[in-house]
Design a protein around this ligand. Structure first.
Ligand code: F6P
Length: 324
């Protein structure tokens, strides 16, 4: 019998987290439950930073980027001692179940809490799209659109000057953002962790583009690639004379994370938030609310904890074909 739940956002923030918080709060309030927000992720859970979340308290946030609750990466929560303190805080505050909005590390943490006997449901949220249990995670669509806006602009100035550009995007060890930004941005090449690409091969991609009559070359580089923008820039600087083209590098970094959520992420966050609470109401816990095969689906946290999603090889091939 649930009377009170808590919700927290953890790890890197993602556009759409506020839509998820709002949906969690309002769906739970509709069931007659009390809703607590935990400030600053698992760190705030350990120190007991609870705030009351009302329907009005979650007004005017659906369109805001970031997370009104704040987020953190907690070293203490990784330890068993930290997790025990977290559970004490939850029981002291008479919380019956927790909803965790976050990516890989956060959902692994959620799973650990369920193993210690506390009911937790997750919401798949990370701009990296590397979390198993959801074809697309919260924040990806907005982050991609931000990357595309930058790529479109860089293309304009690259063409004016016949330059080559490296655009580094986030994604941790996953090349999803780079690959999709490359395909949707009409890039001449993508460099991702999943495919080993040497600086010489990148130089060849750029040369081939000029030979095909292009006025620019845009190479989208994932931050987790063996040779990311810094290393590639260093190589190109060293071989400037021999290469015969001018190159600039732009690292998009956290700019991708800070945007206001688009329609897709507002709706996804809303649907996942409601689904996580509905699952608790049905007595289901230790599951992750994600988007699978066109539907909202709950996947056991045990099945996804510690796993990362693999990139679709067909998309990697498609990126190379379309770069022509
Ligand atoms: O997981 C989201 C993410 O933005 C990654 O793409 C990136 O590697 C990382 O977080 C950056 O983390 P921080 O904001 O702690 O520097």
């Amino acid at each position: 019998m649930i009377r009170r739940i808590a919700v927290l956002t953890s790890g890197g923030d993602a556009p759409g987290m506020n839509a998820a918080i709002r949906a969690v709060a309002r769906t739970a309030l509709d069931l007659g439950w009390n809703v607590q927000g935990v400030r600053h992720g698992y760190a705030g859970l350990i120190t007991g930073e609870f705030i009351d979340l009302s329907a009005r308290g979650t007004s005017g946030i659906i369109q805001q980027g970031g997370t009104i609750l704040g987020s953190a990466r907690s070293k203490e929560f990784v330890t068993e001692e930290g997790r025990k303190t977290a559970i004490h805080q939850l029981t002291d505050h008479e919380v019956d179940a927790l909803v965790v909005i976050g990516g890989n590390g956060s959902q692994e943490g959620a799973y650990r809490l369920t193993q210690m006997g506390f009911p937790v449901n997750g919401i798949a949220s990370t701009i990296d799209n590397d979390l198993a249990g959801s074809d697309i995670t919260l924040g990806v669509d907005t982050a991609l659109n931000i990357a595309l806006e930058s790529i479109d602009r860089l293309k304009v100035t690259a063409s004016s000057h016949q330059r080559a550009f490296l655009v580094e995007v986030m994604g941790r060890r996953c090349g999803y953002l780079a690959l999709m930004a490359g395909i949707a941005g009409g890039a001449e090449g993508v460099v991702i962790p999943e495919v080993e690409t040497t600086p010489e091969q990148v130089a060849e991609l750029i040369h081939a583009s000029y030979k095909r009559g292009k006025t620019h070359a845009i190479i989208v580089v994932a931050e987790g690639a063996t040779y990311a923008a810094d290393q590639l820039t260093h190589y190109f600087r060293e071989h400037k004379q021999a290469l015969g083209f001018e190159l600039r590098a732009t690292t998009l970094g956290h700019v991708q994370r800070g945007g206001a959520p688009g329609a897709y992420d507002r709706l996804l966050g809303t649907r996942l938030g409601a689904a996580a609470v509905d699952a608790l109401a049905r007595g289901e816990s230790a599951v992750l609310a994600g988007y699978v095969d066109g539907k909202i689906k709950q996947t056991p946290l045990a099945e996804i904890a510690g796993k990362t999603k693999v990139l679709d090889e067909n998309l990697i091939k498609l990126a190379a074909v379309l770069a022509r």
